[in-house]
Design a protein around this ligand. Structure first.
Ligand code: FAD
Length: 432
């Protein structure tokens, strides 16, 4: 029998609440649903985590990679973890010994990898692959496309933010409507803050939360290309939706989104990041980009489109196809509706879906994808095609299912295609 289990010791997997940026990547990635969260923290269920490490490399901050040797009976519960503001220290050898764990068992290398507890083994045995619910997250790549540029990450971690100055802020949805999304431009001056299309940054709102704790940073995708919102300047743009109701539709004033939307030119903000090393665009000639987004999920798509537009203008780069599926409740709520219309048709193929246009049937991005099945099937067969999905969490499953159905109808084996898209960094999912 494994000495670690015999002695009742586990190497418990924990998330550092001081560094975690609450991006949900770990929870979305975990294949056994061991990770959960509340408004305060992301936490790991000790009796479910099997130490498979699938969550480690996608984590943008490294906050996921924390382990504590614990007597099995004293493993931290998720209720405890949800209240933490910092990680507890390792138990000392004396404390472990007092809990009945011998130094030999505590130091056993077998304990370094969490051993399956009986509960974990039972939970896993109970999963019948045939009955498993479709899990779209399993197809999301955790590696970038082979031709992606190198992404710098965590230059300013959550504990040491930098300062940026607001140099632009305007409503990029139609004025006079309840739902408002702002285009914000932040300038970093001489502070090195290199970003690539697809990366995100964190904004730390000032003040404290209801229990007097400093607000944690909220993440926003960069909406500008790598050489700046204004080419050659050290600035980035963001697309921020003012949160005025929660996911249930009840009125609420989102802390950070309202802070950002109300910023004035000349104000300064605390920024952390950049984050993200896999949702990056391909840079090789003739590579195709399929962008599927809703609402502010358009931010990284705007960044990639604008970079390709600038390359095309230079005449030195032969881009492949750019295909956009973009959804919003109404045309008035669709960020950048006006500028999108002026992009040349031979540059980008734009498909818009509105789900709440009065008098019109509801249309979602996945409906558009099914309508364009023949074109998508061609792209699925082409190893140079890259797929990006960003926006509402609720869209993710429908979009990946639509891709699967398109593949199947074209006679492709989805298991093979889906696995290749993931392995080759060609299907990226970022939903929140
Ligand atoms: P909070 O004060 O944190 O929340 C207030 C209440 O509203 C809570 O009940 C909460 O559950 C609910 N709520 C939170 N977000 C939403 C929402 N979107 N819709 C409805 N209810 C909500 N947001 C953008 O606007 N643009 C982006 O480009 C963007 N990129 C992101 C990229 C990543 C990787 C992630 C993880 C998130 C991204 N977000 C983006 C979401 C953003 O980080 C914040 O969650 C969002 O702005 C709400 O923060 P808040 O402080 O205003 O609301």
């Amino acid at each position: 029998m494994d000495m670690a289990v015999e002695a009742g010791v586990i190497k418990q997997h924990l998330i550092d609440p001081e560094i975690c940026i609450r991006c949900n990547t770990c929870e979305a990635t975990c294949p056994v649903n061991a990770i959960t969260h509340d408004d305060n923290n992301y936490v790991v269920r000790a009796d479910v985590c099997n130490g498979c490490m699938a969550c480690i490399s996608p984590c943008p901050t490294g906050s996921i990679d924390n382990w504590r040797t614990m007597p099995l009976v004293r493993a931290y519960t998720i209720e405890e973890q949800l209240t933490w503001e910092e990680l507890p220290a390792e138990l000392t050898p004396e404390q472990l010994e007092a809990a009945g764990v011998s130094a030999e068992a505590a130091g056993d290398p077998a304990a370094a990898a969490p051993a399956l507890t009986q509960a974990q083994a039972q939970a896993q045995a109970a999963i019948d692959p045939a009955e498993a619910v479709f899990n779209s997250a399993q197809y999301g790549a955790t590696v970038p496309p082979w031709s992606a540029a190198h992404a710098y990450t965590n230059l300013f971690p959550p504990k040491t933010p930098t300062t940026a100055t607001v140099v632009g802020n305007f409503n990029c949805t139609e004025a006079g409507f309840d739902s408002e999304t702002h285009h914000i431009v932040l300038d970093f001056g001489v502070v090195p803050f290199p970003v690539l299309e697809g990366q995100s940054i964190g904004i730390v709102p000032p003040g404290v939360d209801a229990i007097g704790k400093r607000h944690h940073a909220r993440q926003y995708s960069v909406a500008s290309p790598r050489n700046g919102e204004r080419p050659g300047y050290n600035n980035v743009s963001l697309t921020v939706k003012r949160v005025t109701e929660d996911h249930e539709g009840d009125p609420v004033r989102g802390v950070c989104s309202n802070y950002v939307c109300d910023l004035k030119v000349g104000d300064t903000v605390q920024v952390v990041g950049p984050f993200g090393a896999s949702f990056l665009m391909p840079n090789h000639p003739r590579s195709h980009i399929v962008m599927i987004c809703t609402g502010t999920g358009s931010a990284p798509m705007r960044a990639m489109t604008e970079w390709r537009r600038r390359l095309r203008k230079s005449g030195k780069f032969e881009g492949g196809k750019l295909l956009l599926f973009f959804g919003a409740r109404t045309q008035q709520e669709l960020p950048y509706f006006g500028p999108l219309q002026s992009l040349p048709k031979d540059f980008i193929d734009i498909n818009l879906a509105f789900s709440r246009t009065p008098g019109q049937p509801k249309r979602y991005v996945q409906d558009l994808m099914r309508e364009r099945a023949a074109d998508l099937a061609m792209l699925l067969k082409d190893g140079g095609s890259h797929f990006y999905v960003c926006g509402l969490k609720s869209m993710e499953e429908g979009v990946v299912l639509a891709l699967r159905d398109v593949a199947k109808e074209a006679g492709l084996d989805w298991d093979t295609v889906g696995a290749a898209l993931k392995r080759e960094g060609r299907l990226h999912l970022e939903t929140y």
